[in-house]
Write a protein that binds this ligand. Sequence first.
Ligand code: NAD
Length: 471
Amino acid sequence: MARLPLFDLSQVAGPLGELLRARPPLDLYRVLPHAPEVAEGFLGLGGAILRRSSLAPELRELVILRVGALSDAHYEVHQHRRVARGLGMAEDKIEAALADPASPLFDEREKAVLAFTDAVVRQVKAPEPLYRALAAHCSGQEQMEVIVTIGFYMLVSRLLENLELEVEDAQAAPLTIERAAAPAQPQPPEADPPRQLFAPALGRARPAGRLAGRRVLVVGGGQRRTVDADPPVGNGRAMTVLFAREGAAVACADLDLASAQDSVDWVRREGGRAHALQADVSKPDEITRLVREATDVLGGLDGLVLNVGIGNSSRFGTETAEAWDAVMDVNLRAHMLCAQAAAAVMEPGGSMVFVSSTASISPLSGLPVYECSKAALAALCRSTAYATHGQGLRANVIAPGLIDTPLGRDATRNRPNRAARPLPFGRQGTGWEVAHGTLFLLSSESSYVNGQVLIADGGLSISTVRQPEAA
Ligand SMILES: NC(=O)c1ccc[n+]([C@@H]2O[C@H](COP(=O)([O-])OP(=O)(O)OC[C@H]3O[C@@H](n4cnc5c(N)ncnc54)[C@H](O)[C@@H]3O)[C@@H](O)[C@H]2O)c1
C-alpha cells in the first residue's frame, strides 16, 4: 500500500494529465499529480534520459540497474530488468549489473562506467582514478549523461522507496542484489527486535559513506579456516567488507593470503576497493614491509585496525615460556609494532583500533596468556593515544564478548560450555556487530573518543543474560 493515495489518471486535467496518460499505467506516474508543479519537469528529464541521451541504451540500463541495486530499490530494479530484457540484454548480464559489477561479462567501458556509478552513489565524488577511467571511454557529453542518469535514478529510487510503491505485477522476479553477491556466506537469521537483531548485525545496513575517502589497513582481515561447512563471517572479514561499503579503500592483510583475497573478492563483487596483502605479524620485519606496502597501495594511510589475534590451549599450570611468547608476539607485540610503524605515516585525523576481548576483564576463558595479551591492549591503546594525539591521531580498543565467528566456533568446540550458558539477548554476537563498533571508532563520528575501551558484549560483563531457548 503506497504511502500517498494513487490518482486516477483519467481524472488528471490539463497538459500533465495528457503527459501521464501517454505513459504506461505505473503507480509511479499515479503519485506524481500530488506535486503537479514539479511533475512535468520530472517527466521531462526522465524522458530525455530514456529517449534523447547519447548513451548507448544498454550502457544506460546498466547504470540504472546498478543505482537501483545499490539503493535496494525493488521497484526500480524490477522495471529496468524489463527494459533491459526488451533491449535484448542477456539475463546473466542483467544479474551481474545488480550483483557483480566487476564481472568478466562486462567490457572495459562497461566496467569503468559501473565502477564510476558505484563510487558516485556510495561516496558522492568518484576518486580520480575512477573518473579518469570513465573519461577514457566516454565523451564529455556521455560523462555528463552518466552523472545525470545516476542522479536522476537515485532520486527515482528514493521516491519509490519512501512512498512505498509496490511492483504492480505480482509475478515480478524478486530482487536479488548484493546479498546474492556472496553465495559462500551463510544467510543470517531474520531481524528480531527482542533479540536486538537488526540490519547492521546481519550485515545488511545501508551504506552511508561513513569512511568516504579513507584508506584503512585491516590486519587479520581474512578469517581462519575451520571444519564448518558453512562458516559465519569472521570479525576481520566483516570489517573489510563493511569499511569498503562505507567508502574506504581497504588493504586487507593476513597470514593466509588466500583468505585475505576471499575478503577482497567479496568487496570487489560489490564494487568496492580493496587489496590483499600477506604478512606474518609475529615477525617484526614483515610488519615494516606490510605498513609500507599498504601505504603504497592505498596512496596513504588514515586508518589501522589490528584485528589479528590467536590463542593457545595452555591453562594455568601448563603454560610454557615458548607458548606464552608465541601468543604475546601476535596479540601484543605485533599491535605495538604495527601501531608504531603506522603512526609514522598516518595522516592527521587518522584513527587506530585494537581488537581485544572481554577475556581482558574476565578469567573465565581459563587461558591466561590470551586474557593477559588482550588486557594489555587497553594500556597499549592509552600509550598510543598519548603518544600520537599531537599528530592528530586517535587510538581505541574494541573488546568483543562471545561472537559467532570461525574462531568463536573453534573456541566452543574446545570448551562446549562457552556458548551453552545464558547469553545477552539469548544469542552470541555477530562479526558484523564487532565491525560496526570498530567502524564507529575508526570514523570521524568518534572524533572525541580517545584512549578508551568499547566493550561490545551485549551486556555479558554486567550479567544481562537470558536462556537461549527464551529467544
Ligand atoms: N570470535 C570471538 O568470539 C571473539 C571474541 C573476542 C575477541 N575476538 C578477537 O577478534 C579477533 C578476530 O577474531 P575472529 O573471530 O575473526 O578470528 P579469526 O581467527 O577468524 O581471524 C583472525 C585472522 O588473523 C589471522 N592471523 C593469525 N595469525 C596471524 C599472523 N601471525 N599474522 C597475520 N595474520 C594472522 C588469521 O589468519 C585470521 O584470518 C581476534 O583478535 C580475537 O581475539 C574474537
